[in-house]
Design a protein around this ligand. Sequence first.
Ligand code: SAM
Ligand code: SF4
Length: 327
Amino acid sequence: MIDGLGRHITYLRLSVTDRCDLRCTYCMSENATFLPRKDILSLEEMAVIGHTFAALGVRKIRLTGGEPLIRHNITSLVRSLGALVGSGELDELTMTTNGTLLARHADELVHAGIRRINVSLDTLDPDAFAAITRRYRLGEVMNGLSAADAAGLRIKINRVMQAGVSEDDLDRMIEWCGRRGYDLTLIETMPLGDAGSGSNPVSLSSVRADLATRWQLSPMSDRTGGPARYFHVAETGGRLGLITPLSRHFCDDCNRVRVNCRGELRLCLGSGASVDLRPALRQSAPQKAMMDLIRSSIGSKPAAHAFSALSPQTATWSHLPMHAIGG
Ligand code: SAM
Ligand code: SF4
């Protein structure tokens, strides 16, 4: 699949729910509204979508949400898509999770075909964790990480950076990730939806300059097909990634599209435009109908998002927050 600018689309982020057991301030308001359950695709329909994208040339699928592990029977979808890895039709199936339910699911994820996961964790301090997520659940995340380690999952920690929020434990987290063998990626807050626009973004250029006064950071050439730039941390031997949607464009080699839990294809995170896959999905030959629809839509993938064109303090680029789009 090649878009109008010659970019090869090889990565699908598939959101399995818009619901979550945390309420991170930059993602969801405490009283977030969710889609009616009848509007959310079944896991079988999501499997058809995943298989269709793989048939179109997508090589990697990431399951996300909302919180993917709260979706009842999520393992059945993981098994169905994991089979595509087994048959060589996909290179990788991964998941982004907040980790609260990992202790219960880590073993079955490995058996179903997942080898690597991203766990979102913004702080190691229980009170700061509760302030960011509005829930005292750091202990469950830590238990989940230990279970994921024991199950043999490779782990990357994603930490969303907000000015003045738990900045003081970043050094501790770099050291902790190095010790546990986790990659760590820092993400600039994107102003998505009401919750995102109320957050306090920080530029990662200044975070990096500050870290460089205490840590030896050498740029690495690694690209994982995503927007992160990586640095080797000499003191820990670990890898530090920076994702900078506000201060630096990463659109020229964007390889990804998203499908949310309602079956809407979004060609760019920074654009509200979407294509409804449901009519095609509900035809008698859904895979053929969806392939035609996706092929005809992919050419209109925007050249770039508009995040850096506006002030992060005053503008909301997307009316939907991250949990509803599928992060
Ligand atoms: N619940 C899962 C989790 O938190 O990992 C998966 C869904 S979450 C929406 C996916 C990722 O989006 C997380 O790493 C989260 O930190 C990130 N995220 C949410 N809102 C964001 C925002 N406004 N700006 C940047 N990243 C955001
Ligand atoms: Fe839930 Fe993930 Fe959003 Fe936090 S970032 S509220 S864990 S969906």
